[in-house]
Design a protein around this ligand. Structure first.
Ligand code: F6R
Length: 245
């Protein structure tokens, strides 16, 4: 695992945006696995800015990690809406090259389509955030993890963490559709971005210990040959990670 520590979270986000831009420049048909949440917001701002300055996404395709169940894409809390707002409406990616799983379609059919979208051409780069409990996508801690795309119940930790996007905690959906752990690990490369005290325990388990555990799903990323974790200096300090050199 490559570990990058930047001075600020803005710097970490810019670093990740550069990785994505370099990929799109070297491979204009790149397939990107995308995440939502607070973490990648500045990455998407940067990519929008780079597009404004000429970066071409016309042959890029995208697959998103997850979506809430029971929420339509025109609902501002949906991940589809987030992606349209934060990225898709600012770059020239073609609508037909975008896939965000639907949380309202027939689950069996949607999961089949989701798997097809993941494996019909390898994902070149999977962007990840990390939950306070160590979830990636919505692969929640437990005795077992799923290999493939599935519908999952959200843990209380995740519901609490995501309540800030809703008027009331009671409005947070309790289920989501998500890529499985095997789907995430099937990407040619993984870039995980993290910042903030709430992520310290999970990032510590990822960077400071050698074990892999279903209780902290992000630890599985240690097994990926081309994974990069980008954090800021404050988080590195919190977990006791010493920058080498
Ligand atoms: C979002 C996703 C989640 C988030 C994680 C962190 O598509 O898959 O795993 O990356 O919950 O969320 P933020 O960035 O809001 O702290």
């Amino acid at each position: 695992m490559q570990i990058i520590v930047t001075r600020t979270f803005a710097g970490a986000s810019d670093y990740v945006a550069e990785i994505i831009a370099d990929l799109v420049l070297s491979k204009p048909t790149a397939k990107l696995g995308l995440a939502t949440g607070s973490t990648p917001e500045r990455v998407y701002d940067k990519l929008a800015d780079m597009h404004f300055k000429g970066l071409d996404f016309s042959r890029v395709s995208t697959v998103n990690l997850d979506e809430y169940c029971g929420v339509t894409g025109d609902n501002p809390v949906s991940y589809r809406y987030y992606m349209n707002e934060k990225l898709f409406s600012h770059i020239n990616v073609k609508p037909e090259n975008i896939y965000v799983p639907s949380g309202i379609n027939n689950p069996e059919e949607e999961l089949e389509l989701f798997s097809y979208k993941i494996y019909n051409g390898k994902i070149d780069l999977q962007l990840l955030g990390i939950g306070p409990n160590g979830h990636v996508g919505f692969n929640e801690p437990g005795d077992k993890l799923h290999r493939a795309a599935h519908i999952t119940k959200l843990t209380q930790s995740t519901i609490d963490a995501n309540a800030r996007f809703f008027n009331d905690k009671s409005e947070v959906p309790t289920e989501a559709i998500t890529m499985g752990m095997g789907d995430i690990l099937s990407a040619a490369s993984i870039v995980l971005l993290a910042s903030g005290a709430s992520k310290a325990d999970a990032v510590k388990a990822l960077l400071m210990d050698d074990y892999i555990t279903t209780q902290v799903p992000a630890t599985f990323i240690k097994m990926h040959a081309a994974a990069t974790v980008v954090i800021d200096y404050e988080l590195a300090n919190m977990i006791g990670y010493k920058v080498k050199g």
